[in-house]
Write a protein that binds this ligand. Structure first.
Ligand SMILES: O=C(O)c1cc(=O)[nH]c(=O)n1[C@@H]1O[C@H](COP(=O)(O)O)[C@@H](O)[C@H]1O
Length: 279
């Protein structure tokens, strides 16, 4: 199995930098005339998958919106994940998992082991119990050919209180996470144009990396950048903020894409416009 970084690099070449978020907010279900239950989630997710297939390389279901409806919601999530993989899309589960190492291993098994119900290509994870607590997920990612996106400099302004705090050695928390991710990629057995351990850096906050001396290029981590569209970042601002790291960036858009529904044709037209903007 090719590494996640190698598969993502191929997806960039074929389809560019857009990742379509599957975030079935209650307001979206209402706007689309869908039921506020698991059948509504499933239908919403399937329409987005149909629109995304062959136009972008990656989709990112937001697990919270499925979890909200309990077991039936998670069943819908597993069906949407399976349909996306079947359509040739890479799938990132946005579950932001993070815990002590022994528990982290169970989370990684749940989301990354290809035999499990929720098996995806990559998972968002939180390093705020200490980057080392993610070690089992890093190890299992390498075993299964999957990837991680580690929160570093999130798109929400309140994140900076924690992420730009300085430790004893004067380095920011975000800077130390980025450095640890670079080291993980440098230690990977299989060299690839992109690492398999990625970062989450908001499209709205990326400029803070340079301002704080944070090197996003070392170790070539893929960078998941949410914030395009609904949170205000434009294609031009994202390209200029990421500067030399731009070829590593996967730009997520969720609400802006879904608000172009409910028809598959409407979603397709928004995706095509966003892809053209990000070229
Ligand atoms: O990990 C994420 O994807 C994420 C990190 C972050 O810093 N900011 C952020 O908005 N996200 C997620 O990205 C998506 C953004 O959605 P829109 O603002 O609707 O495009 C949501 O699913 C968020 O949970």
């Amino acid at each position: 199995m090719m590494s996640f970084g190698a598969r993502l690099a191929e997806a960039f070449t074929s389809y560019g930098h857009l990742c379509v978020g599957i975030d079935p907010h209650p307001a979206i279900l209402d706007d689309w005339g869908l039921a506020q239950d698991a059948s509504g989630l499933r239908e919403c997710g399937m329409r987005v998958v149909e629109a995304a297939a062959g136009r972008v390389g990656v989709v990112k279901p937001q697990v919270a919106f499925f979890e909200r409806y309990g077991v039936a919601g998670l069943q819908a999530l597993s069906e949407v994940i399976a349909a996306a993989k079947q359509a040739g899309l890479l799938v990132i589960a946005d579950a932001k998992r993070g815990d002590i190492g022994s528990t982290m291993e169970a989370y990684a098994e749940a989301w990354l082991n290809p035999v499990r119900d929720f098996a995806v290509d990559a998972l968002t994870v939180s390093p705020f119990l200490g980057f080392e607590s993610l070690e089992p997920a890093v190890r299992l990612s390498e075993r299964y050919g999957t990837g991680l996106f580690v929160l570093a400099l999130t798109s929400n302004p309140e994140g900076q209180q924690v992420q730009l705090a300085h430790g004893d050695n004067k380095e920011t928390v975000a800077g130390s996470i980025v450095r640890a991710v670079a080291a993980s990629n440098a230690a990977a057995a299989e060299p690839a144009p992109l690492g398999s351990i990625g970062l989450v850096v908001g499209a709205t906050t990326a400029h803070l990396a340079e301002d704080n001396g944070i090197d996003l290029v070392a170790g070539k981590p893929p960078i998941l950048a949410p914030g395009y569209g609904a949170q205000g970042a434009s294609a031009a601002s994202i390209q200029s903020s990421f500067a030399t790291a731009w070829d590593q960036v996967l730009v997520n858009s969720s609400r802006a894409v879904l608000s172009a529904g409910p028809t598959v044709a409407g979603i397709v037209s928004h995706i095509e416009q966003s892809c053209a903007d990000l070229e």
